[in-house]
Design a protein around this ligand. Structure first.
Ligand code: SAM
Ligand code: SF4
Length: 359
């Protein structure tokens, strides 16, 4: 591992240098890697800033701010998405962060990218979504994935360190009314919100929102994760099973990380919808990964759990041609690690947290 000082942000970051990566053979123009995977889903982080402080994601004091001029502009994002869509096989783009709604130019970014023929979605905490949901829908956004770990206001304030549940619920309702598809993502923490998992599922089923539980991953920048607060996918399924019968959904997963179940109450057996459980830690799905990521500073990140990043924004600002940018992106993905379990604990704890990488 090499310590690298990044002048744009002032952050000190450890970057793993893999010397054993064989050269990428010429031929396939897409984002293929050494293990035969092909990345077609692009996650684009728009900012590292956030108005919540979820305990599993951000430290209470927040993170060092990245100067605005070090972030990708709307035009730079459009160029990278265009290159991905036209030359690399990218089919889906999800904007994330930090909190993407904190970008004042979000509607402009969506408008530009919607013209490129890719499916667009947004991962958000929904604060401020009420005011912008219709404009985002009109601009071409199709779906939102809202992070909501509980609908109990006190527990929400404990998990996020902010008393903003009402604003989140307002955002969810507005997204629904605007015709955006709404999915809900929840992280369960042992002894904090896990006793409310069934209530959250009931709340989502009543509103027709698909809920997905995600195991807590070692992506907190404070590196406090030791697995003890993580509620495993197996535990989650067992808790939900106390009130509902979960039947594995027969629809093909198509590389999607969530194991999906049809949900029916034990008493009536009526089919109420689906729930997803994502075993990001206990049941690795790295072999089927289809993702490529851009950090808010325009670095390609081939894997959440690898500290390797490759700077596309710097290259573009130095005047690189499309072909030079494409080559660097392809090379970064060629070096993608096989999986994230390569340390003694079975799970690498990357230097940057989820909010800085883009979840
Ligand atoms: N702020 C937006 C939000 O919360 O949806 C987008 C960024 S957030 C980093 C994206 C997703 O990452 C959220 O669904 C959040 O729950 C998830 N996340 C953050 N830290 C995590 C962790 N340590 N383990 C599992 N999921 C995490
Ligand atoms: Fe912010 Fe999303 Fe991280 Fe929560 S999970 S602190 S909302 S970036």
């Amino acid at each position: 591992m090499t310590a690298v000082a990044l002048p744009a942000t002032g952050l000190l970051r450890r970057v793993r240098t893999e010397t054993a990566v064989p050269p990428r053979p010429a031929g396939d123009p897409g984002l293929v890697d050494r293990f035969g995977r092909r990345a077609v889903d692009l996650r684009v982080s728009l900012t590292e800033r956030c108005n919540l402080r979820c305990t599993y994601c951000m430290p209470a004091e927040g993170l060092p701010v990245i100067p605005t001029d070090a972030l990708m502009t709307a035009a730079e994002i459009e160029r990278l998405v265009r290159l991905g869509a036209e030359h690399l096989g990218v089919r889906k783009v999800r904007f994330t962060g930090g909190e993407p709604l904190l970008r004042a130019d979000l509607v402009d970014i969506v408008t530009r990218c919607a013209a490129l023929g890719v499916e667009l979605s947004l991962t958000t905490n929904a604060i401020g979504l009420a005011a912008r949901a219709q404009a985002l829908r009109d601009a071409g956004l199709e779906r939102v994935n809202v992070s909501l770990d509980t609908v109990d206001p006190d527990v929400f304030a404990t998990v996020t360190r902010r008393p903003f549940l009402a604003r989140v619920l307002e955002g969810v309702a507005a997204a629904d009314a605007a015709g955006l598809g709404v999915k809900v993502n929840a992280v369960l923490l042992r002894g904090v919100n896990d006793h409310l998992a069934v209530d959250l599922l009931t709340w989502c089923l009543e509103r027709g929102h698909e809920l997905r539980f995600i195991e807590q991953m070692p992506l907190d920048p404070g590196h406090a994760w030791d697995g003890t607060s993580m509620v495993t996918a197996a535990e989650t399924r067992a808790m939900l099973g106390e009130r509902y019968v979960l039947t594995p959904d027969q629809a093909p997963r198509d590389g999607a990380p969530a194991e999906r179940f049809r949900v029916a109450p034990r008493e009536t057996g009526e089919d109420l919808g689906t729930v997803g459980v994502i075993a990001s830690v206990t049941e690795s799905f790295c072999a089927d990964c289809t993702r490529t990521r851009l950090t808010a500073e325009g670095h390609v990140r081939s894997c959440l759990f690898s500290d390797q990043e490759s700077d596309l924004l710097g290259l573009m600002r130095d005047g690189a041609s499309d072909e030079q940018v494409l080559d660097r992106w392809r090379l970064a993905m060629w070096a993608k690690p096989r999986d994230h379990g390569d340390d003694a604990d079975g799970m690498v704890h990357p230097t940057r947290g989820m909010s800085a990488i883009g979840g």
